[in-house]
Design a protein around this ligand. Structure first.
Ligand code: SF4
Length: 230
C-alpha cells in the first residue's frame, strides 16, 4: 500500500469473538482487508480475491477511521485478517489502534514481512506461497490446515522437524471437517507427538458468530473448485 494513500481496502469489519487458537472465545473486532495473491484451493475468504466473488463495493478506509470504529465496539482486541493483510503497510493501522488503546492481533500466511507492533501473531502457512523463516520465528501460534491425512508430516518435514511457536494448531480444512481420515490423523498426531501440537476447530462457524453481525458479508463458497481457481 502506498503511504501517500493512507487508505486500506476493506472487505468487511464486524464484531464477534475469536473462533480459533489460544484466544478462543474472546470478544474481538475483525478488520478483513481485501486482496490475497496466494489463492488457496479451499479458501473460505474467497470474496477477498476471487473474481467471481469480489464485492462490487470495496470500502476504502483510513487507519484512524478503522480504529475509531473498532474502539466504538469495545472489543478486547482487534484482529487484522484477510485476504492476506501483510501485502499492505500496516504501520499506520497499528499506530491508530494503539492510540485508542487497542491491542492488535494478526492473521497471516506468513509469506510477507510482518510489521512490528502486533500483540499477537497467528501464522497459517500455505503451500501455494510458503512462509518466510522470520514469520515462523515471530509467530505466537501456528495454524496448520489439515486437508489430507499426510498434511502434518509434509509441513513438519518442510520446516525441518521443528516449530518455534509454542502452539501449533491442527485444524481440519473446513470442507473436510466430517472426514474421519482427516480427523483421525489429527487425533493420532497429537496423541503421538504432544506439545506443541494441539487439535483445533473453527468454533465460530457452527455458531455463525461472525455472520450474525450486520457488518459481515455472506461467506463466499467453500470447498474448492479447481476449474474456478479456488
Ligand atoms: S492465504 Fe488465506 S486468504 Fe489467501 S487464498 Fe489462502 S486461505 Fe484464502
Amino acid at each position: 500500500m502506498s503511504k501517500m494513500a493512507e487508505l486500506y481496502p476493506v472487505n468487511e469489519t464486524f464484531l464477534s469473538w475469536q473462533g480459533e487458537g489460544v484466544h478462543l472465545g474472546r470478544k474481538a473486532f475483525f478488520i478483513r482487508l481485501q486482496g490475497c495473491p496466494v489463492k488457496c484451493p479451499w479458501c473460505d475468504s474467497a470474496s477477498t480475491w476471487h473474481p467471481q466473488y469480489i464485492p462490487k463495493d470495496i470500502r476504502k478506509a483510513s487507519a484512524e477511521e478503522l480504529a475509531r470504529e473498532a474502539k466504538a465496539n469495545q472489543p478486547e482486541f482487534v484482529v487484522i485478517t484477510g485476504g492476506e493483510p501483510c501485502v499492505y503497510d500496516l504501520t499506520s493501522l497499528l499506530k491508530a489502534c494503539s492510540a485508542v488503546g487497542l491491542p492488535v492481533h494478526l492473521e497471516t500466511c506468513g509469506a510477507y514481512p510482518i510489521a512490528d507492533g502486533f500483540a499477537w501473531v497467528t501464522v497459517s502457512p500455505k503451500w501455494a506461497k510458503p512462509p518466510l523463516p522470520d514469520s515462523l520465528i515471530r509467530a505466537n501460534e501456528i495454524k496448520l490446515i489439515v486437508e489430507s491425512p499426510d498434511s502434518m508430516k509434509k509441513w513438519t518435514s518442510a520446516v525441518g522437524g521443528h516449530w518455534h511457536a509454542p502452539n501449533v494448531w491442527l485444524h481440519p480444512e473446513w470442507s473436510q471437517r466430517s472426514e474421519s481420515t482427516v480427523l483421525n490423523s489429527i487425533t493420532e498426531w497429537v496423541k503421538s507427538h504432544g506439545a506443541p501440537y494441539r487439535a483445533g476447530w473453527q468454533v465460530h462457524k457452527p455458531y455463525f458468530a461472525d455472520s450474525l453481525d450486520t457488518g459481515s458479508r455472506p461467506p463466499a463458497p467453500l470447498g474448492g473448485d479447481a476449474m474456478k481457481g479456488f
